[in-house]
Design a protein around this ligand. Structure first.
Ligand SMILES: O=C(O)Cc1cc(O)ccc1O
Ligand SMILES: [Fe+2]
Length: 460
C-alpha cells in the first residue's frame, strides 16, 4: 500500500483511441509480429478483443498482451458465494419497475463494515440487456476497503467510473491508474482490474454500457478544438507482478451474476502490451466548455465529454455530460436550465459543490432520475432567485461545482431496492410545488428597464 501512495511515480500515455505500446522490461514487446513462435522473455501472447474481429477498421478495438501466464490458467468458474443480489444486466419486472415520477436520492451512507468495490456496487436503474449487447446500467458504489488478492472482470460491458468521495487506485492488466474525485476512468469490457481505496471511505457512480464503446463527440461547427481534448485522456503504462499466490480470485460479472475462479498468480502479469483497447482516465477539470455568449440557454449536449452511440445517427446509448465551472453571460436570458421534457432519460449525479438548478436537496453523492418525458427544471428557490435578479444580470461565474448527467435514448427501469431505498427523497416533488403563477395580463417585461447598451459587468 505504501508503494501505491507514491502516486507521482505513475506514468501515463496520452491520447484518445491511440494505438499505444508499452513495456515494463525493455525488449519484451515483439516488434515485427503479434504472435511469435516464442515471445521475448518466454512470455505468452494473448489478444483481448473489444470489437468483433470484422468490425470496420475505424471502430475496431483490440490489444495484444504479453504475459507470464495466460488468463486461461484458472480453475472453473463457480457462482460466487455469497451471491451478489443487487447487480442487474437485463432489466425486467423481476428486478426493476418503470416509474415516471421525478426521483431523487440522498447520498448513500458509506458502510462501517468491511466492504470492497465489488461488494459495495449496486445497480440503480438501466435498460436493455447485456445478453443482447444493447443497453446500459447505472450503478453506484460505497466501499471502505481495497480488493485483496482478487480482480474483477466485467464480461457484460464497459464501466465508466465517476468517483465522488475517495480516490481509486486501479490495477489493470495494462498498468495502474490513480483516479481522484473530479476524474473519471473507463475500464473496457473484459479487462481484469482490482480497486484499492487509498483514502478508505469511498463513494461513486458507474455507468455501464453493453455493445458499444465510448467515443469523443463530434465537434461540428465548434471546430477542431474544444470540450475534451484527446491528449488529456491518459492510458496506463505496462506494470506487472510475478510470483505465486496461495489463492488469487477472479470475480467475473457475466449476465449480471458474479462467478469466481481461483488461480495461483496475479492477473497483473502483463510485461508488455500494445493496442487501442485500453483502460484510461480523464480529469474533468481539463474540459474546455463552450457556452452561449449572447442569449438563451444552450442544450446540455454542448458539455458532452464522451458518448456511446446507438445505430441511429445522433442518438446516444449513453452520453456522459458535465456541468463544470463556467461563466454565465447571457443577456435577458433565464440562465439556469430551462423547464423541459426530454425523450431521452436523464440520470444526474453531483461530484462536488452545488448544482445550478437546485438550491438544496441535490447533494454531492446523491442522484436524480428524470425519465423520458418526465417534466423537470429548476426548483422554486432557484426560479424565484433568478427572476428577482432580472435587472441585475451581470456576468457571473459558476465555481466550485461539478455535476454530471448520464443521458440515454433507452428508458430505464428502476431497481426494486433503489425505489425502496431509505435514501429515496419522497418529498422531491415539493421543490416544484411552490412554483406560483406570475402570469399577468399586463406584460411585466415591458415595464422593466432592460440593461441594454451597457458594458459587460456593469451593474444596474
Ligand atoms: O435537467 C437538468 O438539470 C440537466 C439539463 C441541464 C441543462 O442546462 C439543460 C437541460 C438539461 O436537461
Ligand atoms: Fe434535464
Amino acid at each position: 500500500m505504501e508503494e501505491k501512495t507514491k502516486l507521482e511515480e505513475l506514468k501515463y500515455q496520452s491520447g484518445f483511441g491511440n494505438h499505444f505500446s508499452s513495456e515494463a522490461i525493455a525488449g519484451a514487446l515483439p516488434l515485427d509480429q503479434n504472435s511469435p513462435l516464442v515471445c521475448p522473455y518466454g512470455l505468452y501472447a494473448e489478444q483481448i478483443s473489444g470489437t468483433s474481429f470484422t468490425s470496420p477498421r475505424k471502430l475496431n478495438q483490440r490489444s495484444w498482451l504479453y504475459r507470464i501466464k495466460p488468463s486461461v490458467t484458472h480453475e472453473p468458474f463457480k457462482p460466487r458465494v455469497p451471491a451478489h443480489k443487487k447487480l442487474v444486466s437485463e432489466f425486467d419486472a423481476s428486478n426493476s419497475r418503470t416509474n415516471p415520477t421525478q426521483l431523487r436520492w440522498r447520498p448513500e451512507d458509506i458502510p462501517e463494515s468491511e466492504t470492497d468495490f465489488v461488494d459495495g456496487l449496486f445497480t440503480i436503474c438501466g435498460a436493455g440487456s447485456s445478453f443482447l449487447r444493447h443497453g446500459f446500467a447505472i450503478h453506484m458504489y460505497v466501499a471502505n476497503k481495497g480488493m485483496k488478492d482478487s480482480a474483477f472482470c466485467n464480461a457484460d460491458g464497459n464501466f465508466l467510473l465517476v468517483p465522488q468521495a475517495g480516490r481509486l487506485w486501479i490495477e489493470t492488466e495494462c498498468g495502474r491508474l490513480l483516479v481522484s474525485p473530479g476524474e473519471i476512468a473507463v475500464i473496457p469490457q473484459g479487462f481484469r482490474f482490482s480497486v484499492d481505496l487509498p483514502d478508505g471511505k469511498s463513494r461513486g457512480y458507474v455507468a455501464e454500457i453493453y455493445g458499444a464503446h465510448f467515443q469523443l463527440p463530434d465537434l461540428g461547427p465548434i471546430g477542431a478544438n474544444g470540450l475534451a481534448a484527446p491528449r488529456d485522456f491518459l492510458a496506463p503504462t505496462a506494470w506487472f507482478e510475478e510470483g505465486l499466490w496461495p489463492e488469487y480470485t477472479i470475480v467475473q460479472k457475466f449476465g449480471g451474476e458474479l462467478f469466481t475462479a481461483k488461480q495461483e498468480f496475479s492477473p497483473f502479469n502483463v510485461v508488455a502490451w500494445h493496442g487501442n483497447y485500453v483502460p484510461y482516465k480523464y480529469d474533468l477539470q481539463k474540459f474546455c466548455p463552450y457556452n452561449t455568449v449572447l442569449l438563451d440557454h444552450g442544450d446540455p449536449s454542448i458539455n458532452t465529454v464522451l458518448t456511446a452511440p446507438t445505430d441511429k445517427p445522433g442518438v446516444a446509448l449513453l452520453d456522459f455530460v458535465i456541468f463544470p465551472p463556467r461563466w454565465l453571460v447571457a443577456e435577458h436570458t433565464f440562465r439556469p436550465p430551462y423547464y423541459h421534457r426530454n425523450c431521452m432519460s436523464e440520470f444526474m449525479g453531483l461530484i462536488y459543490g452545488a448544482y445550478e438548478a437546485k438550491a438544496d436537496g441535490f447533494l454531492p453523492g446523491g442522484a436524480s432520475l428524470h425519465s423520458c418525458m418526465t417534466p423537470h427544471g429548476p426548483d422554486t428557490t432557484t426560479y424565484e432567485a433568478t427572476i428577482a435578479r432580472v435587472n441585475a444580470m451581470a456576468p457571473s461565474k459558476l465555481t466550485g461545482t461539478m455535476a454530471f448527467m448520464f443521458e440515454s435514448a433507452l428508458i430505464p427501469r428502476v431497481c426494486h431496492w433503489a425505489l425502496e431505498s431509505p435514501f429515496l427523497d419522497h418529498d422531491y416533488y415539493q421543490c416544484w410545488i411552490g412554483l406560483k403563477s406570475h402570469f399577468s395580463r399586463i406584460d411585466l417585461n415591458k415595464t422593466n428597464v432592460e440593461p441594454t447598451e451597457k458594458e459587460p459587468g456593469a451593474s444596474e
